[in-house]
Each structure stands twice: as C-alpha cells, then as structure tokens.
Design a binder for this molecule. Structure first.
Ligand code: HEM
Length: 437
C-alpha cells in the first residue's frame, strides 16, 4: 500500500494482458506464438523470473522499431558492459549511430566481393575433409568453421597462421567469461577475471593485426577498411578493438546456427538439395555469383526458409527510457521489453503451412524475404547480415559441390534456443557423393 501523501508508482504496463508463459523453456516459440494468438502483438509475461513486455508479429515489430530511437535502449547486463566496453551494442544515441556509420562500409556492399576468395580458401579444405570423413558432428564442425571464417575476414588471420590457434583459444576463454553471473556476483567468479585479462590479450592481438593490415586493401579482410574508418573517429563512437570483439561474438553462434539448419534441411529435402547442388557447381566456375544480386535463387531460397523456420536468435532485450505506447498500451519508463525476431514467421496468412520447410515459397513469389525479421530491425538491426549471408551461401555451395548432405541418425531430437538455436546432442552428418549428371 502507498504511504500517505505519496502517489503509488504506476504499474509498468497497466492493462496489458498477462500470459502465464508456462513451458517456455521447452517450447519458447510455441509459448510466444500462443501469446500473440491470444492477445495480439503485445502482452506481458514473466521471462527468466522478470516481468517483461513481449512484442512480436510483423505489425508489432514494425511499431516497436519505429518507436525505438530515444525511447528504448538495448538492455545489457553489467557483465556485458564490463566485458565488451564501448562496443556497438553497448552504445546509445549519436555515438551508436556514428559507430554504425563507420563500421557498415567494410561489412557490406562492394567490400564483400573482396572477401570471397579468402572465405573460399578457408571453406574449401574443411568441406573437403567433410566429404572424406564419413560422418562427423555437424554443429561442432560448423561452429569451428564459422570461427575460422570470422577470424579470416574480420582480423585477416588465415587458418595456417601462428596467430590462428592462439586467437581461437583466447576467444574461447573470453566466451567462457560471458557465462559468469551477470550482476555483482560476477566479481567473485574466476571466469569473469579470466575474461577481463583475456579481453586485454585480444585487444593486443587486434592492435598488432591492425598495424600489419593498415593500407593492405588486397588482403581479403575487413580490417584495413575498419582501421581507416576509425582512424579519426570521435571517442563517442567507441574503440575499434571493442567493436571487433562485438563483431566476432555477434557472428559466431548466430551464423553457426543458420548454417547448421540450412544443412539439416537440405539433408531432409533431397530434391531441393539436388537443385541447389546444380547452382553450387556454377559457383565453382564463377565465385562472384555469391555476391551477385539476383543470382543463386535456389540457394537463397534455402537461406530464407531456414531463417524463417529456424531464426537463430530467440529474443532481443530492451528497456524503456521514457514512457512509450505499444499496441495501444502505455508502457512506463524502466520496463523490460523483449522482441522475438521470429514471432511473426509462423503466421499462416503470410506463410501457408508455416511449420513445413518449403523453400519454394521464396522462389515463386508466394513469400517475400522482406517479411522476415531474423536479423532484427530498427536502430540495432544486424550490421553483419550481408556477411552472414555470404558465409552461409559460400559454405552451402562448397559443401554441395562435394556431395549431398545426409543425417544418418535423423534430425536433431533435442534443441536449445539460447544463445542461438542449435542441436543439444552431437548430430551425425555426412556428404554423400553422387555421380554428376
Ligand atoms: C545468421 C547470422 C546472424 C543473425 C541471425 C543475426 C541476428 C541479429 C539480430 C536479431 C540483431 C539485433 C539484436 C537486437 O535487436 O538487439 C543483430 C545485431 C547485430 N549483429 Fe547480427 N546476426 C547474424 C550475424 C552477424 C554477423 C556475421 C555479424 C558481424 C560480422 C553481426 C553483427 C551484429 C552486430 C554488431 C549487431 C549489433 C548492432 C547494433 O547494436 O547496432 N551479426 N544480429
């Protein structure tokens, strides 16, 4: 009860329908979908024990992103602030916008064609081993390959180099630190302190690689462009070392997840895999197809349908910094808000038979990739989308040149949704070589 003479604090989202959220851990997308079916684009639900406003559906996300600037900020824990410093997703307002302007050119557009040969140089030997190996664990292999591709493109580190194993080990140590408690208890956790000192080691490595790369625009890496872009950056735009670590972390589990599901679905849809394989053979003759607008429609349809059905990110978190109206409800400042990129991906009006993998829907014009939110939207929309798509297309193409994907034990039985959607258990995978017709 309020003390006499004081006003009761307003409820964070008075009047918003409340969803119980039971069973979220086992079937998070089912629970969100049910919530949106019952209450529309915006409702309340306890999430990891904290009352949260959930936003979803095509219309809901459009409204959220339009309202975002100046009203909602990315909600990152003190742990994430300590470990990532002034990285892009920890910045706000003009500093954030300035950092995005400086990062974007090296991660998109014409810069991408410069990364094709170096990416194929990383992927070729790995898919060659897959074809020879019999069976191996798909997600484990793809995670390692994603790490190697990111190191090559973002830092200029090729797999055979002396820096490659040191970087991979340091990065894994750093990732372990992200599992420390998010609040004050982090200071008593060994992983936190190991992460802080590894962060410094990684920054030293980045500085050394940046000095080597400066001016070398032919090296097949984004690093020279990034170094040039941050040479005269204002302090508010953050330091390149912080951004590099953010790019590496943002790229890793998400891209590995997307690739895993593309290959899982190709294994389950052999006819489509054969069509995609014909396109893949065209890529060996002309690798520039990987970045040509409108090229590789079949491989791109696999990408789009995998992003729809298996969006890597489950939720993105925000906090309101001033009152905001969403779905017709006033939401007070200081409220936790979460959006699910894929909560509109199962709408049967937009995607008939939404649970089925039907890449053909993106080929015949029945569905449009613009209805997908897998890369988020608004102020914090994914900056790595073009590079993620290039990596996924290049790996699919190289793998299909070697054989048709097969899962000897069938598709994954148990799935985890965080940090990104992935099989829980090892997933046996093979590339079957078929005679070329
Ligand atoms: C399939 C792969 C990927 C998916 C599905 C994905 C998805 C997303 C999503 C949903 C967001 C928005 C998060 C939010 O709203 O808070 C995001 C942000 C971001 N992504 Fe990605 N991402 C992928 C790959 C990458 C790659 C390869 C990079 C870097 C090379 C990258 C860099 C970033 C960065 C830096 C942000 C933060 C942007 C900001 O805060 O302004 N992502 N990503």
């Amino acid at each position: 009860m309020a003390e006499q003479g004081t006003e009761p604090a307003p409820a964070p989202a008075a009047g918003l329908p409340q969803h119980p959220g039971d069973g979220f851990t086992a079937d998070p997308l089912g629970v969100l979908e049910e919530g949106h079916r019952r209450y529309g684009p915006v409702f309340r639900m306890p999430l990891d024990g904290v009352e949260t406003v959930l936003v979803g559906t095509w219309a809901g996300l459009g409204e959220l992103f339009a309202a975002e600037r100046g009203r909602l900020e990315v909600l990152n824990t003190p742990l994430v602030h300590d470990l990532f410093g002034r990285a892009l997703f920890n910045l706000t307002a003009e500093g954030h916008a300035e950092a995005r302007r400086r990062l974007r050119p090296a991660l998109s557009g014409r810069a991408l064609s410069g990364y094709v040969p170096s990416l194929l140089g990383v992927i070729g030997p790995v898919t060659g081993r897959w074809a020879m190996a019999g069976t191996m664990d798909l997600h484990g292999q793809v995670r390692e390959l994603t790490g190697a591709m990111s190191a090559r493109v973002l830092l200029g580190i090729a797999p055979g180099e002396e820096d490659a194993p040191d970087f991979a080990a340091a990065f894994d140590r750093f990732v372990t630190a992200t599992g420390a408690p998010p609040g004050p208890a982090r200071f008593t956790d060994r992983r936190y302190w190991a992460g802080r000192s590894t962060r410094q080691d990684l920054h030293d490595l980045f500085a050394r690689r940046a000095a080597q790369a400066a001016g070398d625009v032919t090296g097949g890496s984004a690093l020279p462009g990034l170094v040039a872009a941050f040479a005269d950056a204002p302090a508010a735009a953050g330091a390149l070392a912080d951004h590099l670590l953010a790019l590496l972390i943002a790229a890793r589990e998400t891209t590995a997840s997307l690739l895993t599901w593309c290959l899982v679905e190709l294994a389950g849809n052999r006819e489509h895999a054969r069509l995609a394989s014909a396109e893949a053979r065209g890529v060996s003759a002309d690798p520039s197809l990987l970045v040509a607008r409108g090229a590789l429609p079949v491989l791109r349809s696999v990408l789009a349908e995998s992003l729809r059905l298996h969006s890597p990110n489950l939720l993105s978190m925000r906090e309101t910094v001033c009152p905001v109206t969403l779905g017709g409800h006033r939401i007070e400042a200081g409220t936790r808000v979460a959006y699910s990129p894929s909560a509109g991906h199962f709408d049967p009006e937009t995607f008939p038979r939404p649970r089925a993998f039907r890449p053909g829907r993106f080929l015949g014009g029945q569905a449009s990739g613009s209805r997908l939110w897998a890369f988020g939207g608004g102020a914090h929309a994914c900056l790595g989308r073009p590079l993620a798509e290039l990596m996924a297309l290049a790996v699919m193409a190289r793998a299909l040149q070697r054989g048709l994907p097969r899962l000897p034990g069938g598709p994954p039985a148990r799935i985890s949704f965080r940090p990104a959607k992935a099989p829980i258990d090892p997933l046996p995978f093979a590339l079957d070589q078929e005679p070329v017709s």
